[in-house]
Design a protein around this ligand. Structure first.
Ligand code: GDP
Ligand code: ZN
Length: 320
């Protein structure tokens, strides 16, 4: 029988496991059989593709107290993105999938009113990433204390009208901080958003013990500007975890075909089966029910515009 645990942190090639039955994190490596798999997919270069933060694993203890991973449970879901271009990848310009974390209950998309300026296109991209990974997204718009002209409320209702929970917060006057806490409790969550929107500030208010660094921190590891991806978890209590992904700010959804993109725009779903052509990409094809819904005001122009832009950027990904 293997000891069970959760992959808690990955730093370069070191894997750290939090066992179910103790709070002592164990450094572990993978049994060689997994690595064989790894070599087959050499172009993926990231060890995180075999085991990622959030994975449930079975492991054995070595005499020196380190662990060896024998079994990786099937993932409920996982969040991935197009990997940044790798030096020396043998493919010409195509981009590979990078898995960031698995078994996530909530993707909390954090944006801010100003500084950095509010950008609904970015939110829409995150929403596609969440929907295509089967992770429940929630939208938090922070720094609402800076919304002097009440511009953001309309955007917020755009999202709440189509069914997304949308919370307006301020770390300055403590607005709706408790609501965000309620979202996190009992879940494995990832907070995602541009640098500077206030993710660390929010978490520090909710869980003062975390003591996260705030401010315009540019992330570079002690090893310099190497493309090492470090992902780690914070354990808040027995069933509340926060996945931290410093240095991963951008997310280009991976592996979505043009004709499938509209499946991840939940406000389009009632219409997509009524288009004349079942391969319709809703990009000015004749008799498109989505375009008609935009004209008739059932789908917002903002969202449709986001959709068209994303459609434009979708490349033909490599699928293994
Ligand atoms: P992160 O990069 O997303 O983790 O952002 P930080 O938490 O480091 O915050 C970036 C900056 O925004 C810091 O200077 C914070 O003090 C500031 N900030 C965070 N939340 C708020 C807020 O609700 N209102 C205002 N006005 N500033 C905030
Ligand atoms: Zn259509």
């Amino acid at each position: 029988m293997f000891i069970k645990g959760i992959v808690f942190r990955i730093e370069s090639k070191d894997i750290y496991i939090l066992p179910d039955n103790s709070d002592e994190v164990i450094r572990a490596s993978l049994r060689g059989k997994f690595k064989k798999d790894f070599h087959l997919k050499k172009d993926k270069q990231y060890i995180t593709d075999i085991v990622v933060v959030g994975d449930r694993v079975g492991f054995e203890l070595n005499k020196d107290g380190t662990g060896i991973i024998e079994k990786i449970d099937k993932r409920k879901n996982y969040l991935s993105r197009k990997a940044p271009r790798l030096k020396g990848a043998s493919y010409r310009g195509e981009r590979l999938e990078q898995i960031i974390a698995s078994n996530i209950d909530k993707l909390i998309i954090v944006a801010s009113v100003y500084d950095p300026s509010f950008n609904n296109k970015t939110i829409d991209r995150f929403l596609v990433a969440a929907e295509s990974s089967s992770i429940k997204p929630v939208i938090v718009i922070n720094k609402i204390d800076l919304d002097d002209d009440n511009r953001i409320k309309d955007f917020a209702s755009l999202y709440s009208d189509i069914g997304y929970s949308t919370i307006l917060t301020s770390c300055i006057n403590m607005q709706n901080i408790e609501e965000v806490k309620n979202l996190l409790e009992g879940n494995v969550s990832i907070l995602w958003g541009q640098s500077g929107v206030g993710k660390s500030s929010l978490l520090n208010l909710i869980y003062p013990g975390l003591n996260l660094e705030t401010g315009e921190v540019s992330v570079s590891t002690s090893k310099g500007k190497h493309t090492t991806v470090t992902v780690s978890m914070h354990k808040i209590n027995e069933d509340t975890f926060i996945v931290d992904t410093p240095g991963i700010r951008e997310i280009d959804p991976y592996g979505i075909k043009k004709e499938d993109l509209s499946h991840y725009f939940i406000d389009f779903l009632p219409f997509i089966n009524n288009c004349k052509y079942n391969t319709c990409t809703h990009n000015h094809e004749p008799l498109c029910a989505v375009e008609e819904a935009v004209i008739n005001g059932f789908i917002s122009e903002e969202r449709y515009d986001s959709y068209l832009r994303l459609l434009d950027t979708i490349e033909d990904d490599i699928l293994f």
